[in-house]
Structure formats: structure tokens, C-alpha cells
Design a protein around this ligand. Sequence first.
Ligand SMILES: [Zn+2]
Length: 340
Amino acid sequence: MSTEDSGLPAESWRWPEETWRGRVDAVRAGRRLVPDRWPGGARVAVALSFDSDHETIPLRDGETSPGRLAQGEYGARVGAGRVLDLLARYGVPATFFMPAVSALLHPEEARAYTRDGHELAVHGWIHERNMLLGHDDELELTARALDTLTAVTGERPVGIRTPSWDFSPSTLAIMLELGFGYDSSLMADDEPYEIVAEGRPTGLVEIPVDWIRDDAPYFTMDRYGSVRPHSRPRDVGEIWRDEFDAAYREGGVFQLTLHPHVIGHRSRLVVLRELLDHIAAHPGVWYTTHAGLADVARVVPHDTAAPSSPAPSASPASPVSPASPASPVRSVPDAPEHTP
Ligand SMILES: [Zn+2]
């Protein structure tokens, strides 16, 4: 929704307080969901994810030249298999977020993810930009994506990552309506948290992401733009090692977002292998899918999380009740119960 659509002045400095405060409070980070110990007494949770976008990035933009599509095809033809082999060698589970069109182009790949014990989760229909869609189109495409992945693999996904982490004013309500158990598109923390809407906890677990822990900004380029990637893969590996080391020290989560068509190249996959070696050298690591992480985060008792929780929204309605049970409290109007 643009400010012009809503009848507000385009100039933000003319907005009344209720406007800027209301926009901020619409989707907010609630209590942090980190247990005292991770399963098995582990010190750190490691949640790797791969966005199997493949051809949908150019398709989304209406680019159908064989040249652009081949760049995405590499992810399916070469990258995904290399990633699966590497994960199998290290015995590490991961979550694959796959646009439905990508899953229809590569159904065997989608089934290989779940067959190998990984998680397959929703990543839009054709990697659409949610901010360009109205509510009804976004709902229809997200529902169709969920049904398509379910039909391809026989398993209904429980998680969602919006394409390009593009989160519209309609997105949260759509996730709740479709019964997702977690989202992984927002960036308000290093650790999982509960999403709060208008000051009220929603029960939806957020597994936060960041461009720092994503391969795309370091390595992708636009042939006709002036920006060129300048990162040496091993320099990027050093950033990710530092992210892991700090998560280990703090007893938190190390989460990574990679793309088979980006990280799957020879000179880059070596960095992921070195990172997995680095992580494996530490005792007390819990490797998990995003769904597994969300299941643990969802039942973190309120008292455990309270001391480390960031300050709640400035809204007068307190999103956290100390007497609340550990189970999620869904208080968004008209939102059906979600299936965990
Ligand atoms: Zn993507």
C-alpha cells in the first residue's frame, strides 16, 4: 500500500504520530524465543537454508531470454545436486524454500529434498514481488504455491519465506490465514522471535534472516548495470564464520540463506564446505531445519525469554502477559488456528 493509495500525504514529515507509529506497530518483533539450552544440551542451533529460485528470478521479471534462463537452470542442473551431496556428506539437514513454478519445472528435485530428510517450504508462486500485489492476488498466489508444493511432494509445508524477503502490509494476515507455523523473511533480531501485530502476539514464529548471511549480495551481478561483485568467496566465508562464532558464544542461532545457482559454483561451494568443517570442529552443535527450530522456539516458556527480550512495542497494549501459558496465544482477529 503506498501512502498515496491510503490518502496520506506522500511527505512523511507531514504524517501525524498515529500514522508513523501505526505503520511501525503493524508488524513488530515480540519476545525473543531462545531456550536455556538447545535440544541435546547443545550450545548453538545451526539452521541452513537454500532458496531454490532457479529460473523464477528472470521469469518473475518477464525476462524469457534463453541466456537469462540458463543462469537459473544452472541451479537445478548443477547447484542443487552439489548442495545435496555436501549436506549428505556432513549429515546436516537444511530447509529448501522453493517457488512453486520452480518445483513444477523440477519436481524430482523438490521430491529429492524431502526424500533426503530436508524440509521443503513455500517461497511464492513465481518469486513475485508482494509489494506490487494487492491482498487478493498475494493470497491467491501464496495459497496456490502451498497447494502446489503439497501436490508435488505429498507433504504440506509448514513454513514460508517471502520471495526476496518482500513483506507487504497483507503478508502477515495471509500467513496466519493459511496456517503457516513460521516465517523466515524479517530482520529484527539475530534470534527467533514471536511476531507481534498491532501490539498483540500472533503465535507466528519468525526465524530472522539478513543480507549479511546471504550469498546473493556478495556474488550476483547485473550484466548491464555498473555494480560488480568484488567479494572473494573466502572473504565471505570469513564473515559467516564470525557470525557462527558469535552465535556459538551467545548460545543462539546461526542461520544462513544460500541459493543453489549462486553458491553451487565450484569456487564458492568450497567456502560452504570450509564453513561446515569449522562448525563441525565445535562440540554442542544442534543442526536443524527451520521447521525444527520453530518447533523448539514456539514452546520457549515466557519466563526464560523475558530477560533477554527486547523492549516490546511502545503500544499501550502489552504483547506479553507473564501469566500466559507456553503455548502460543493467537489473538489476531479472524485468524484461524495454525497447524504447527
Ligand atoms: Zn528467492
